[in-house]
Design a protein around this ligand. Structure first.
Ligand code: NDP
Length: 390
């Protein structure tokens, strides 16, 4: 029996995680569930799973949560500190599925307890890769990837032969605009951008997939999770999302992990590790899939990938700035304040304007993150950033 805490339990990854936990009550006991403010979904899940505690990050939502949980036996709490306290309850597995850099401090709180961190929240590793991995080593914690590509690499990478790896290749679906000509990309709407062809995901990561910033964030995430240099990380567009990533060895062997695109598989890999558990997903039927296609990503139509690659190679504060500016730009795009092509322009502009020293503590990362957000927000109001798109 493993105890599990789910940070971001009301989101896409959180909901898939709860689905698995509820199917295997003899294997898992839920300690705490957190959300930002989706009281209805959080309270319902907490009651169903008999969680000890339910927490909303937004404290203004706490009265509603208290009311909803009255008499249920589930304790209610609110505020950013309460989320960290939930993360630090000492669960055997903490699933980190908050979206954005907001997940970083809770991830660090969970790491401080040792135990297994099943990490979906890639932004925390992008912004604070060195700080997080140093804390993992210091506290004897285990960081397991939930991102499907990194779960694939984790499964393909033989720990005995890490020095014999030539290259890691992350697959990318190419998102909903892989065939959209550049001239038509300025008019892309938020509704189109969140409609991913292969995966059902939260709004932010769906937009990241559409700009291919998601694959850029994943390159940086892979660098921190696996013992390879930046130039050993590559991306190939693979429309069917059947091969989730692969590892090339020096002897010419390529080991790939395949499966139907269902996040419950990589989540299950992390929840049950080092064992395996059953999932309700459809097994892969290659005869039905029929064909697997591959192509190189287009750097002209998807500049975000180039920006992320540069940030990875430069290191220091660059990935944290890239991530913060992207979060601001994506939120502005979803709110209808900027166009699709301006997302990468805002990120590039912020990277050009801000070049602080490498942050080496959690507080220093959060300072860089806050300053980059302020600069990106100013960029959204600046006509010059719009001009650089065309
Ligand atoms: P969603 O937007 O669906 O869910 C986000 C979750 O985080 C919700 O529970 C939300 O609560 C909570 N949350 C939002 N803001 C805050 C905050 N400021 N403080 C605390 N909690 C907050 O996101 P996804 O599930 O799609 O993605 C979660 C993470 O997993 C992301 O980092 C993403 O990149 C990564 N990921 C997602 C995949 C997917 O298939 N969705 C695949 C691989 C990685 P509320 O509901 O109350 O707003």
């Amino acid at each position: 029996m493993r105890t599990v805490t789910v940070l971001g339990a009301t989101g896409s990854v959180g909901t898939s995680t709860l689905d698995l936990l509820e199917r295997a009550p003899e294997q898992f006991r839920v300690l705490a569930l957190t959300a930002n403010c989706d009281v209805e979904r959080l309270a319902a899940a907490a009651v169903r799973t008999r969680a000890a505690r339910a927490v909303v990050a937004d404290e203004t939502c706490l009265p509603a949560l208290r009311e909803r949980l009255a008499g249920s036996g589930v304790a209610a709490a609110g505020g950013a500190k309460a989320v960290c306290e939930a993360a630090a309850m000492g669960a055997d597995v903490t699933v980190a599925a908050i979206v954005g850099c907001a997940g970083l401090t809770p991830v660090m709180a969970a790491v401080g307890q040792g135990g297994i961190i099943a990490l979906a929240n890639k932004e925390s590793l992008v912004s604070a890769g060195e700080v997080v991995t140093a804390a993992v080593a210091r506290h004897g914690a285990t960081l397991l990837p939930v991102d499907s590509e990194h779960s694939a690499i984790f499964q393909c990478l033989d720990p005995r032969h890490t020095k014999r790896v030539r290259r890691i290749v992350l697959t990318a679906s190419g998102g909903p605009f892989r065939d959209r000509p550049r001239e038509a990309m300025a008019a892309i709407t938020p509704a189109e951008a969140v409609a991913h062809p292969n995966w059902s995901m939260g709004a932010k990561i769906s937009v990241d997939s559409a700009t291919m910033m998601n694959k850029g964030l994943e390159l940086i995430e892979a660098f921190h999770l696996f013992p390879v240099a930046p130039d050993q990380l590559d991306v190939v567009v693979h429309r069917q999302s059947v091969i989730h990533s692969m590892v090339d060895y020096v002897d010419g062997s390529t080991i790939a992990q395949l499966g139907t695109p269902d996040m419950r598989t990589p989540i299950a890999v992390a929840l049950a590790w080092p064992d395996r558990m059953e999932t309700p997903g459809a097994p892969l039927d290659l005869a039905t899939v029929g064909r697997l296609d591959f192509e190189a990503p287009d750097p002209i139509r998807f500049p975000a990938l180039r920006l992320a690659r540069h940030a990875l190679e430069a290191g220091g504060a660059r990935p944290a700035i890239l991530n913060a500016a992207n979060e601001i730009a994506v939120a502005a795009f979803l709110a209808g304040r900027i166009g699709f092509l301006e997302i990468a322009a805002i990120v590039e502009d912020t990277l050009e304007r801000f070049d602080p020293a490498a942050p080496d503590t959690l507080d220093a990362v959060l300072e860089v993150d806050a300053e980059a957000r302020a600069i990106a927000s100013a960029g959204i109001r600046d006509e010059r950033v719009k001009d650089r798109v065309f």
